[in-house]
Design a protein. Structure first.
Length: 476
């Protein structure tokens, strides 16, 4: 009893080891690859066997039989046309007789030299018969060409010469259809089909094993996929909750900020009476700080709406050049105060853009604010609006500090800042380019950034051609 228990425990341990071994991904992959290789090899053998036997079957029943049958058929057709010609039938003239003779002649080279009729030539005496028939036809060629109606002597010469070949041609036809050589070939074909059937059963067995193995793998994969989907849904829910939280907090903070801005503006303008100069400066600083904080909250609110897909475009047809000049006037004072030259080049005149005008203006304000913020005194900002064959392109180019190459692909991520040192010296949350990208993509557009440290940055926002109305495309 103890020995039996030890044996069961040993078998159980072996089974567990085998299962652990099969649970390894590389082992499973190797097993699948091995089964697939066996499957493909069996398919190749099966296909090779069928191809060989089908070719033999084609030799037997198609090419050889057809070629010999055509020779006998054309012989009878020529003799018939020869009789009709001599009887004066209106549908058979000399040209028709010559054509039938050429067709009869053309069948012999196919049987003598064709790759698909080599089985006929294996029949004993077949090649000699065909060569002799060819000589006969060659000798009759001048007679056929000179034949006229009423020329009975020439007719009888041609007729007797070909009728003499009729038994030999019929015998060759019977041998091709029913002779020993072709019966043996047919038996080989049937044996090949039986081998192909065995390969087919082997393929089915491999398919069964492979299906069972892959079925188990699919079950494991589906379980892993369900876990991944659950994790992704949880992450998306957490991200949505974060976006909703930011949107709610930003919205709730706007009300007191508006009150702070209103009261500080009243104090700054001294509407209810004069204030000491010191308090007047404090009121101005409060108003400026509150306005900056309100801008940050607006940016966070827009970013949260984009993330949660709750933002809605207020689409209309508007003049992009007019919106561009309005944004330039809003930022021009800051650029002049920082000693930065700004140039505007509007090439896309006479066109309208179908989209959200506020977002278009916000895109431009964000780009101009970044350009002014990171361009040193004496620098230059170039703003252009042009239309090419693919849409409307808004570009802001500056001669600022530039962006490191490794950070260019990340500057459109929310809250990412390329240079922490400059981020500490300048105001900003790292949402400007994120919003630019989000607003552009809401318009089916795209953003491209080119930058070099110490040389400057160029940001191009492309709106698709479908949203550009009026004017002529540059590609036209």
């Amino acid at each position: 009893m103890a020995a039996g228990l030890r044996d069961r425990l040993a078998r159980h341990r072996i089974a567990e080891s085998a299962l652990r071994w099969l649970a390894r991904p590389l082992v499973r992959m190797a097993a699948v690859v091995g089964l697939a290789a066996v499957f493909l090899a069996l398919i190749a053998l099966h296909d090779q066997e069928l191809r060989r036997e089908r070719n033999a079957h084609a030799y037997l029943l198609t090419n050889n039989n057809w070629a010999v049958g055509q020779l006998a058929y054309e012989l009878e057709r020529f003799l018939g046309s020869l009789d009709r010609f001599m009887l004066g039938e209106p549908d058979t003239d000399r040209a028709a007789v010559s054509t039938r003779f050429e067709l009869l002649w053309s069948r012999i080279p196919v049987l003598l030299h064709g790759d698909q009729t080599q089985e006929v030539r294996k029949v004993e005496g077949a090649e000699g018969l065909l060569n002799d028939l060819m000589l006969t036809l060659r000798s009759l060629d001048p007679e056929v060409a000179a034949l006229r109606r009423g020329d009975r002597d020439r007719y009888m010469k041609i007729y007797k010469a070909l009728v003499a070949w009729r038994p030999a041609v019929q015998e060759l036809t019977r041998e091709v259809y029913y002779g020993e050589h072709f019966r043996q070939l047919a038996e080989e074909t049937r044996a090949g089909y039986r081998r192909a059937e065995l390969y087919q059963w082997a393929i089915l067995a491999v398919v069964f094993v492979l299906t069972a193995f892959l079925g188990a793998e699919v079950l494991l994969s589906s379980r892993r996929a369900r876990n991944e989907v659950s994790a992704r849904l949880a992450a998306e829910a957490a991200n949505l909750a974060k976006s909703n939280f930011l949107a709610t907090v930003s919205h709730e903070l706007r009300t007191p900020l508006n009150a702070i801005m209103g009261f500080s503006e009243i104090q700054e303008r001294q509407i209810f009476g004069p204030l000491p100069e010191r308090y007047h400066g404090y009121a101005r600083d409060i108003h400026t700080s509150a306005a900056h904080l309100l801008g940050v909250l607006d940016a966070i609110l827009d970013m949260a709406r984009i993330d949660s897909r709750r933002i809605v475009l207020d689409e209309e047809r508007f003049d992009p050049s007019g919106a561009l000049l309005t944004a330039i006037r809003m930022i021009e004072a800051d650029s002049e105060r920082n000693g930065i030259a700004m140039t505007v080049d509007v090439q896309a005149t006479g066109v309208s853009l179908f989209g959200d005008q506020r977002m278009f203006r916000q895109i431009l304000l964000n780009l101009l604010s970044n350009a002014v913020k990171f361009t040193p005194r004496g620098g230059r900002i170039e703003v252009s609006l042009a239309r090419d064959g693919r849409g409307l392109v808004l570009q802001v180019r500056d001669t600022g500090i530039g962006i490191p190459a490794e950070a260019v692909s990340r500057v459109t991520e929310a809250f990412f800042q390329a240079d922490q040192t400059h981020a500490r010296r300048h105001q900003g949350t790292g949402l400007g380019l994120s919003l630019v990208k989000g607003f552009a993509e809401l318009h089916e557009g795209s953003v491209a950034i080119e930058s070099e440290v110490g040389r400057g940055t160029a940001v191009s926002v492309r709106f698709p051609e479908a949203r550009v109305l009026g004017g002529a495309s540059a590609a036209a």
